[in-house]
Structures are given as structure tokens and as C-alpha cells.
Design a protein around this ligand. Sequence first.
Ligand SMILES: Nc1ncnc2c1ncn2[C@@H]1O[C@H](COP(=O)(O)OP(=O)(O)OP(=O)(O)O)[C@@H](O)[C@H]1O
Ligand SMILES: [Mg+2]
Length: 326
Amino acid sequence: MESLPPEREIRCDAGDQSSEGQPRKPEALNAKSESGQDDRAMCSSLDIYTDHFALSERPFSLLPDPDFLYWSASHQRAYTMLEYGILTRAPITVITGEVGTGKTTLLHHLLKSVSDDVTVGLIANAHGDRGELLRWVLMALNQPAPAEMNYVDLFSAFQSFLIEEYARGHRVILIFDEAQNLSAESLEELRMFTNINSNKDELLQLVLVGQPELRDIIHRPEMRQFAQRVASSFHLTVMGAKTVGKYISHRLYVAGAERNLFSTTAMKLIHDATGGVPRLVNQLCDLSMVYAFTRGNQSITRHTVQQVLDDGSFFASSFDEGGNSP
Ligand SMILES: Nc1ncnc2c1ncn2[C@@H]1O[C@H](COP(=O)(O)OP(=O)(O)OP(=O)(O)O)[C@@H](O)[C@H]1O
Ligand SMILES: [Mg+2]
């Protein structure tokens, strides 16, 4: 993946002190900094700064948009394991990672690239009792699952569907995002589904993606049988300082920037304040760009980022580092 060339000249911090022209005053901006400056941190229009920075779109949206994917070493490895699991017909593939590290983004990329002979059901946030899970599954596969169908009916419909797909040369893959919300009982029920077979061929593959709690559940002694069917797995980690810099450059590049708008020291502070969690990096970068915009600055310096942090505008920084970040 191509990154931006090294940053060209970055204007000095003095620019952040509003010396570069008058700060603009969008109506919705009214936050005050400790210094008493009339700083503006929030905007009513989402695209308010794209023209100012000559961008085609906002570079740091919070959506899991695969078009912005930066292939860090960790994201590459996680994706390889996803692909490996699918290609080798692993009964169960598990990808875990901290909150906001890019799991759903990888899944969206995967969905864009699955071949025609694969039928995929994506279940974004399944929960509920026995029977409920099967209903979610059938709905994800575009199969009817009316309330009057009991568990036996649902199971029979599911089994028939798998056999039909197999007969027409299709593999069926069920992908569960936010799988940490599934109970141990539900996971066990899913494991049983992977036993459905036709002669020697198993008819269903599972991909489970979720936060670290998912790993904890699977490691419980009573989940041994489930764990043994996990043939491919990976844990996605947060980004290091260098990677955060490349990540920021990459997202800017995709959004149409011709140079890196963030100074090296700004990116270092962003890494330190976010712990390298992509979603938090996006939030802090977005806020920093709004701050720079309101001052009429073309670059984001360490001072800009520090002001966002000092003003308390970066919500995540008010959480402790014990994994409670939103
Ligand atoms: N490798 C990456 N390249 C570009 N953007 C990324 C990458 N990883 C994460 N992001 C961005 O970070 C944000 C959070 O990503 P995503 O929603 O995929 O995380 P998640 O791990 O699924 O979070 P959660 O644990 O809350 O489900 C999104 O805006 C996404 O675009
Ligand atoms: Mg997610």
C-alpha cells in the first residue's frame, strides 16, 4: 500500500496560536479553552473542513469503510488468517481484537472479495436464547423464520438449506461480528451446526469476530470441544507509533490530500493519547482538523492536538487505560 511521501514543510506552532489569520466562527462552535480563547471544537456540518484542506471527503470518519484500509502488519496477518480459514475450509475461524482496532472493517473488505460459489450470512450482533440464534442465522441467509416455526422446524429448514447449497456447489459461511456477545451455550450450539455434513463434507463454516472476551470464553475448560475446532485464529493488536503515522498519512491520501497535514510531533502525541487504537486515532485526528480549520491553519501541529486534549473535547481521553475506552 502506498503512503504519502514524507511531510513537506509544516508551519510552526505559532500558527496554532491564531496568528495565521482570524479563526472562523461557525455558529455551532462555542467551546472555550482554559486560556480563555474562543476556541471552537464542534461543527454542525460534517464536511465543514474538507474544502479548507482541499480534500474530497473527511479522512477520519468513524465508519468501518474498507476503502480507507491501511494494511498494517497486524491487519495483514489478521486478514491472511481469515482468508486461510475460508480457503482451507476450517470449521471455525476466530479473529479477536481490542475495541475499535478494525475487525469490522476487515470483515467488510472480506465481504467485498468472496467468490461467487460462497454463500455468506453475516450476523452483526446476535444474542438471545436457543432457537433465537437459529432464527438470526436463517434471516442472515435470507430464509424465512416466522415466529410460528418451532426449534425443530427451524433446524430442519436450516439443514435443508445447507444441503441445497451444497448440491449447487456452494459453500455456506456464517460470519458473526460482535461475537463476544454470544453466550457459551450459543457458541456450543454453533459448534453443533458445523457437524451437519453430507457424506464426508462438512456443509458449514463459521467465522467469529469479536472483542477479547470472546477469546476468554473459548479458553474456558468446558469449551474444549469448541476450541479444538478452531483451525485458524488471530488477535488484532493496537498500532505502534510509527504505524499510527503511516495510518494517518494513508487515510489523508485516500481522502485526496497531497501532503501529510499532521506534523511528526502531532502524530506522536496522537499515538500516545489514543494508545494506537484506530477508532480513537480517527476521533482525535478529526477533532484536531476541526481545531486547525477554525484557526485558518493548513497544518495540524502538536499544539493543535494538545489543545483538543486540554479542552476535554476528546471524550475517550477521560477514560482510564484499563480498557474502558468507548
Ligand atoms: N487498518 C485500518 N485501516 C483504516 N482504517 C481502520 C483500520 N482499522 C480500523 N480502522 C478504522 O477504525 C475505526 C474502527 O474500526 P472498526 O469499526 O472496524 O473496529 P472494530 O474492531 O470492529 O471495533 P469494535 O470492537 O467496536 O467492534 C473505523 O473508522 C475504521 O475505518
Ligand atoms: Mg466491530
